[in-house]
Design a protein. Sequence first.
Length: 219
Amino acid sequence: MQCIGRTKKLKRCKNDARIIVCRTHKYQPWTVVLFVLTTIGLLAGLYQDLMKPVLSIVGLSGEISNKEDLGRPYVFFKRAILKQNLQLGETPVIQFTLSNSGKLEAVCTIGNIHYYFDLHSDDNELSIEETPSQKIEIAPSQEYGGEFRISSFSVTEAKQVALKEGLATLYFFADCSYKDTRGQKYKIDICWAYDKDMSGYLRRCSETERKRWIKDEQF
């Protein structure tokens, strides 16, 4: 067969070839392969270093962003209830379940459990209890059950009457955040209110209530 190599004038070689090229042009196929691989490498590097950041900024790299979002852990309080209704002379105990529905392991930090007894007047009771932070490791699809003991709050008869008649609201708070294995940090909003009519006697704070605490900068 005729050699497919190219002469210096870029014309096809007229020599006979045992495979695809003659002895004179035996290195030409490897040169072509090396050129193609080098070009692919340069284009990949250009995309990684230049095009990918630009596309992410202008919002054209949705596929990449979605993959990164899907990789993060999603930790939330699946359940939070009072162990029992408020008993005279006792302190509230909140039982909770943390769940990780994401695809990465998360390390949660919870501390500074406190309450706010709002008498719907200027005579309110505020307590921030500086409790030691506890770290909780939660693997993907795993759940963790625990308790918050609000030891600084004591149930009195006057507080029971105020809560029962709707003259006061009892709020519970805590500082809570978690990190994933990449070091990314996320905050979890903990704001619950006592509700005698709810199963478990707790409800999540409304958006208005959460904004109130942020505005007052009390917590």
